[in-house]
Design a protein around this ligand. Sequence first.
Ligand SMILES: C[S@@+](CC[C@H](N)C(=O)[O-])C[C@H]1O[C@@H](n2cnc3c(N)ncnc32)[C@H](O)[C@@H]1O
Length: 208
Amino acid sequence: MRYSYDTVALAFDFIDKIFFKLGKNNPRKAIYNLIPNENIKVLDVCTGTGSNIINLARKKSLVNITGIDNSQGMLNVGLKKIAKHKLSNIELLLQDATDTTLTDKSFDYAIISLILHEMEDEVAFKTLKNTHKALKDNGKLIVFEFIIPESRKFLPNFAFKLVKKVENKVLFPAFLAKDKDEYFKINGFKIDKTHKFQYTVIYELSKI
Ligand SMILES: C[S@@+](CC[C@H](N)C(=O)[O-])C[C@H]1O[C@@H](n2cnc3c(N)ncnc32)[C@H](O)[C@@H]1O
């Protein structure tokens, strides 16, 4: 993204709804469905306004959730939603993913969603390595990212074009072109399952 997240924080949930939550093939819902309602710990790395975890905290009350982000503006939007729904099983922390204190192998699941494509490799690799340290040995990582649309339908291609417009002109295409098996392998993860959507993808990964 070429804009500061503190600046776009108030508009983020509106844009998020249009791009990822409309229609029956909803990737946010798919992420939600991958996490069981059990006594487990979930870490949402670069959580933003909590798009993946607020609903999870509301409907899966056994799950204990931590979201980290380095934009207080984005976290403030998430904190308002937590207060509105009076949620007690979720906390949001102002932390940088490359320098997080949450590296004690205590999490059952981690989510990294819509951020790796914006990161320089050095930053992405530190983020992935810290997430590796945060997860239990049998912990699972869920990555949500963009892909080039495979269908020729107008809407997904139009949406993808809009995304391309606001993304970094070098990092975004470089990320799309990466061999993802190799990308995750050098950071200690293997892809177990891939779920493709119109212009996004969810990878389910485990530690090597
Ligand atoms: C596109 S938003 C995605 C937010 C959320 N994961 C989602 O799926 O809606 C990217 C988020 O990553 C955060 N971010 C970027 N670099 C970060 C870093 N090094 N550490 C923590 N958060 C970071 C930004 O502040 C922003 O909130």
